[in-house]
Ligand binder design. Structure first.
Ligand code: AMP
Length: 198
């Protein structure tokens, strides 16, 4: 896979254990050292700040995308090379998707999971063909993976849509798995409408 930029979703806070922020910093650093650019939510606190600091400290390039009304609340990062200020949350997510070639989610709260699931469901309906990775620090995503198993066993989710989802401990393990990613065909809104009518 040809990956240039990686979009990272993660918490605006740091979580209970120091290892969460350490994993975020390490991911940012690993992204820079592997020669990728980081795309993220533009904040300077919590997991978001840590991932950006990791990339900046290692000499890598960072693009932050933040809605104007969150510039103060999420303390927009002053050291990232590019900070795009957009109007809405929807614009932020669409722009973060547009900029990145793969998405990695670190531990975080409801906002993080919302962003993760939007990317997962966009992939499921064929609006993008990008692999999604979860960094499973402190087994944080074990229960989420159990929920995916349940969605499949109860026949609310087709197993083939798991082709886009990978889980690992760090960037290296995820990028190795991304090589096995075989995207399902992309469908446009027009195709989806046609499918709906037939
Ligand atoms: P959290 O995981 O709750 O700490 O939030 C992490 C990031 O997700 C923060 O930058 C939030 O601004 C963002 N976020 C929260 N809710 C949403 C949403 N509905 N859509 C997109 N991003 C969100």
């Amino acid at each position: 896979m040809d990956i240039k930029r990686i979009t990272v979703f993660c918490g605006a806070t740091s979580g209970r254990l120091p290892k969460f922020e350490e994993a975020a910093y390490k991911l940012g650093k690993d992204i820079a050292e592997a020669g990728y650019e980081l795309v993220y939510g533009g904040g300077s606190a919590g997991m978001m700040g840590a991932v950006a600091n990791g990339t900046v400290d290692a000499g890598g390039k960072v693009i932050g995308v933040i809605p104007r009304f969150l510039v103060e609340r999420e303390m927009a990062h002053e050291k990232v090379q590019t900070l795009e200020v957009v109007q809405t949350m929807h614009e932020r997510k669409a722009r973060m998707d547009e900029l990145g070639d793969a998405t990695i989610t670190l531990p975080g709260g409801a906002g993080t999971l919302e962003e993760f699931f939007e990317m997962y469901t966009w992939g499921q309906i064929g609006l993008h063909q990008k692999p999604l990775g979860l960094i499973n620090t402190n087994n944080y995503f074990d229960d989420l993976m159990a929920m995916f198993d349940k969605m499949i066993s109860e026949e609310f989710l087709e197993e083939r849509y798991m082709n886009q989802l990978f889980i690992g401990e760090d960037l290296e393990s995820l990028v190795a798995q991304f090589e096995n990613f075989k995207p399902l065909p992309v469908r446009t809104y027009k195709d989806l409408q046609k499918g709906h009518r037939s």
